[in-house]
Design a protein around this ligand. Structure first.
Ligand SMILES: CCCCCCCCCCCCC/C=C/C(=O)SCCNC(=O)CCNC(=O)[C@H](O)C(C)(C)COP(=O)(O)OP(=O)(O)OC[C@H]1O[C@@H](n2cnc3c(N)ncnc32)[C@H](O)[C@@H]1OP(=O)(O)O
Length: 570
């Protein structure tokens, strides 16, 4: 039976919750989830990238839905991680009693969740959380984290509980969930021991779905049921938004006071603040903490993004060919694909998703806008902005670049149009570049705008065309034709515009013949130093950018440059 039938008895928004399980690798997050859902334990360790599960309940005549996000213990996917903080209603933070560092990570995670929730001004400032000290079955001699130390810390923090657990021995797993559900004021029957686990097709569940009594008269309501949806898939951004709206409306009606505005009306006043503002961009900005709901009131946003066939096509289109393992990622922000916070966040998430898709081996970065690859960073993000927005924007750029430059995939840029500054950075960060011959230009032109290419832009250019050419290119802010770019090694091939894509596909064939592992190790070792240089100072770099770009003299130069762009047009 398919999962959509499970959803036939859809839970009302007020009864839908998302539980996010976080912690470092190998602490037993997946084992806890597996115990909870299936009462199973698997001794084999398989690293999780991100798993999504759904459990439906019928409790006292009402339907409830619990979505569970089992996250990755390693964090090469910062955008996905931030989304998990934002979308979670309740959290389990797992450490292992034999690993002190994993406990430290739990403390950091709690701070990051609170920071993320606070920046979004969501309804729950401190969401319910439980700390699980897992692997409590380990011998005392191996213990690195003392129970009393954690208990003392947890007693000082709000809306947080603590238990030691053993997923292996099924120790305290039921209690873990029961305590969390109590803390979150959810029905206690949602915990494993307080409902009957049934499967899809079970007569009791089918009867419950139809709202008829399977049991002798009056008995059904006394028998809570829980069923795991076998093919649950992460909801799209759009369905999350619709659900969040419905939930907010429902709560407003229930509370019988106008405390929770409809999300659309809460955010409407902010639409005028941004050019080409879509719901997606409003959500992104809310996600980054830059949109405040109306009238000081609060509303909850749940943001989710599915990059494949997402119904709400955004500024980044992903087309995955599962026969070849090649994904085509197209920037789609007319008129010139300038990279704003919105586009960069979407690009990051798309890249992270492809990175985790084991069937994907290569990615072609291209444009859906004719005549343009990308006009680089959106100058309007840097002009007359605020320090907070600048920092958020820069972080999004850093994440997108780290994902692209550090990608395990074969990455090829199909440059079918102009590619200045940030556009050139994206192209240079790929493994191979094919550019259309003709009038199009490519290069890092920052000095012409009165700004300076950041050190990591410079590093990538150095790695691409060498020291001497980079020195000249950067000082002059040089823009090159395709032929000039070819002559200095900035692009690898120049072909007529209508042959760029086919040339990329032909080139890919030879790259795809190389065994992935050997190629990835080679690529990683060659790019590691450059990646590490930024990774080790991301926050400092973001702050430096904000301070620099908001200087009066820099703002003046940017203003003049914007005017010159407009003048050139007229
Ligand atoms: C002590 C110091 C230590 C160092 C400190 C370092 C700290 C860090 C410093 C900051 C570093 C920042 C790095 C910046 C990177 C960038 O990417 S900056 C952006 C650079 N980009 C450009 O300069 C491109 C400008 N655009 C063009 O040249 C042309 O538009 C084009 C791409 C060649 C396309 O031409 P055409 O098709 O003719 O379109 P236009 O008519 O020119 O443009 C259409 C509209 O789009 C607007 N626009 C163009 N580019 C941008 C952009 N990048 N951002 C926002 N908007 C853009 C253009 O103005 C037109 O708008 P309208 O007039 O409203 O239609």
């Amino acid at each position: 039976m398919s999962s959509h039938l499970v959803d036939e008895c859809a839970a009302p928004p007020k009864n839908c919750f998302r539980l996010v399980v976080l912690g470092t690798a190998r602490v037993g997050k997946t084992a806890i989830v597996s115990r909870f859902l299936f009462n199973q334990y698997d001794d084999q360790y398989t690293p999780t990238i991100e798993d999504f599960h759904r459990k439906m309940y019928r409790i006292r005549g009402e339907v409830y839905r619990l979505d569970i996000l089992d996250t990755s213990g390693v964090h090469p996917f910062p955008a996905m991680r931030r989304l998990s903080f934002l979308t979670g209603d309740l959290f389990i933070l797992v450490y292992s009693v034999d690993n002190y560092e994993s406990y430290m990570e739990v403390m950091r995670l709690r701070e990051q969740i609170l920071e993320s929730k606070a920046s979004c001004k969501t309804r729950t400032a401190a969401p319910p959380m439980i700390i699980a000290g897992n692997k409590a079955d380990r011998p005392e001699s191996e213990r690195e984290v003392l129970y009393d130390e954690v208990a003392k810390w947890v007693s000082t923090v709000k809306k947080c509980a603590f238990l030691e657990t053993s997923a292996k021995k099924n120790g305290n797993i039921n209690e873990l969930f029961q305590t969390l559900f109590e803390l979150a004021k959810l029905p206690p029957e949602m915990s494993p021991s307080l409902h009957r686990r049934v499967s899809i097709g079970d007569q009791a569940w089918e009867a419950a779905k139809k709202g008829i009594s399977f049991y002798p008269r009056g008995k059904q309501d006394d028998n809570p049921l829980g069923v795991v949806s076998p093919h649950a898939r992460r909801p799209s951004l759009r369905s999350d938004l619709i659900e969040a709206e419905a939930k907010a409306e429902q709560e407003q009606r229930r509370a019988e006071k106008p405390s929770i505005p409809k999300i659309s009306s809460a955010l409407s006043p902010y639409r005028s603040q941004y050019r080409s503002c879509t719901w997606m961009s409003l959500l992104r900005q809310a996600f980054q903490g830059l949109v405040r709901p109306a009238g000081g009131q609060v509303c909850r946003l749940q943001v989710q993004h599915r990059c494949y066939n997402a119904p709400a096509a955004g500024h980044v289109q992903v087309d995955m060919n599962s026969d070849t393992g090649v994904a085509t990622v197209r920037l789609n922000r007319p008129p010139v694909n300038s990279l704003n916070l919105d586009v960069l966040t979407e690009l990051s998430i798309a890249l992270e998703k492809l990175e985790t898709d084991r069937s994907c081996r290569a990615m072609v970065l291209a444009s859906a806008v004719p005549g343009i690859f990308s006009a680089g960073l959106d100058i309007m993000e840097m002009y007359k902005s605020t320090p907070e927005r600048c920092v958020a924007f820069w972080r999004a750029l850093q994440d997108a670049w780290l994902n692209l430059y550090g990608s395990r995939l074969i990455t090829m840029a199909a440059i079918e149009g102009h590619s200045p500054a940030g556009g050139c950075l994206l192209a240079m960060s790929c493994d191979y570049r094919v550019m259309a011959d003709g009038k199009f230009q490519i290069g890092l032109n920052e000095t012409r705008l009165g700004i300076v290419a950041p050190f990591w832009f410079t590093d990538v250019m150095l790695c691409t065309i060498g020291h001497r050419e980079t020195e000249k290119a950067l000082q002059l802010g040089a823009m090159y034709s395709a032929q000039q770019a070819l002559s200095i090694g900035l692009v690898d091939k120049v072909v007529p515009a209508d042959q760029v894509m086919s040339t990329v596909q032909t080139e890919l064939k030879s790259w795809l013949q190389i065994p992935d592992a050997a190629r990835v190790i080679t690529k990683t070792s060659m790019r590691k130093q450059v990646l590490d240089r930024l990774s080790s100072q991301k926050e400092k770099d973001a702050q430096f950018f904000a301070d620099f770009i908001l200087r009066e003299s820099v703002q003046k130069s940017l203003g003049a440059y914007i005017a010159s762009l407009q003048k050139r047009k007229s």
